[in-house]
Ligand binder design. Structure first.
Ligand SMILES: CC(C)(COP(=O)(O)OP(=O)(O)OC[C@H]1O[C@@H](n2cnc3c(N)ncnc32)[C@H](O)[C@@H]1OP(=O)(O)O)[C@@H](O)C(=O)NCCC(=O)NCCS
Length: 302
């Protein structure tokens, strides 16, 4: 029998994390502390048990894309095709609908999961590509003449300034179909996890660019590239590549052997910058969305 219950205890959060690690072994999974820090009344995290074993998890939350919910059911690879995903997804979608959302979306990495999502009326609207870079001997870039490069560990007060001065003006440039909506609170808690691995370009009193790494305590030799952005008035001056090279030099000094990033297929500038820095292409992920309330599989006629 399939039983679905909300995540409550630290043990539940750890079980939730373990499902994520089993389904997405190549991706950084947030720690229990990070998951707890990001709790909001709007967010719903679920566990699904089959025969008393946790075999799946679910998440429903606001998305960083304005007015859209994020819903995601993940079933352990050993427990698929037993109806668990079908039991979980409608609960998540109903929750999002109850929160006032009329569109829900998620990203999908394989054909089988896409077939599953299509049964509920999800359709593709965007693709993201994974770019990966092996880390070897990475020299620190020469000190730029027009600005300084500092880590957030050296200048912690600048992370909040970076939200106002870099994130707010640059988030609209992402190739998303609706505007990005990232709060200052989310910027402070979810967009950075080690201040020593996050770099800022600073000209006078102003932050003009950000780039860095999100470290992974489950896989310490891999790190995910964090949000990279340069203020429009400073573009074309190698600020992003200098910041990225700084984070690659930092990675080499800290035992990291590979870094990876997901970029919207349509974000040609960022893909080109990564290509220029020696990244190569790996997986493709499909972003899908559906109107809420979700249509039942029978209503869709499949
Ligand atoms: C997508 C996912 C949640 C499905 O979970 P599941 O418990 O195996 O799904 P169900 O058993 O409820 O499948 C219901 C139906 O969906 C379709 N389906 C599910 N997986 C499929 C696959 N790999 N290939 C083709 N069709 C599939 C089938 O029609 C299936 O019915 P059937 O088994 O009688 O043929 C699971 O594969 C997963 O965790 N994928 C990775 C995360 C993800 O992409 N989630 C999608 C979020 S919307």
């Amino acid at each position: 029998m399939i039983e679905i219950r909300p995540v409550e205890t630290d043990a539940d959060y750890e079980a939730w994390r373990q499902i994520r690690l089993a389904v997405l072994p190549g991706e950084r999974a947030p720690s229990v502390a990070e998951l707890r820090r990001a709790e909001t009344p709007q967010r719903l995290y679920l566990l699904a048990e089959l025969g008393g074993e946790v075999v799946a998890h679910g998440a429903a939350d606001r998305s960083n894309e304005a007015d859209r919910a994020f819903v995601m059911a993940r079933v352990h690879p050993d427990a698929r095709r037993q109806g668990v995903g079908t039991a979980l997804l409608p609960v998540l979608a109903d929750h999002a609908y109850g929160q006032g959302f009329r569109i829900a979306g998620c990203s999908i990495d394989d054909e089988g999961s896409l077939a599953f999502a299509k049964r509920f009326g999800f359709t593709e609207f965007l693709r993201q590509v994974e770019q990966v870079r092996r880390i070897a001997d990475e020299p620190w870039p020469a000190k730029p003449a027009e600005y300084d490069v500092v880590s957030v560990a050296e200048r912690p007060e600048l992370w909040a300034a970076a939200y106002e001065q870099v994130a707010i003006p640059t988030l609209p440039d992402l190739d998303t179909t609706s505007p990005m909506d990232v709060t200052a609170e989310e910027w402070a808690t979810e967009w950075i996890n080690d201040p020593a691995a996050m770099f800022l370009a600073v000209a006078g009193d102003e932050v003009i660019g950000v780039a860095g790494l999100m470290l992974d305590t489950d896989n310490p030799d891999r790190a995910e590239v964090a949000y990279t952005a340069v203020r429009p008035d400073w573009r074309g001056k190698a600020v992003a590549s200098t910041l990225k090279r700084s984070s690659m030099a930092w990675a080499a000094e800290h035992g990291i052997t590979e870094i990876y990033t997901w970029t919207q297929e349509g974000n040609a500038n960022m893909r080109r910058l990564n290509e220029h820095l020696g990244f190569s292409y790996q997986q493709v992920s499909v972003n899908v969305r559906a109107e809420l309330p979700l249509k039942g599989v029978q209503e869709l006629g499949s």
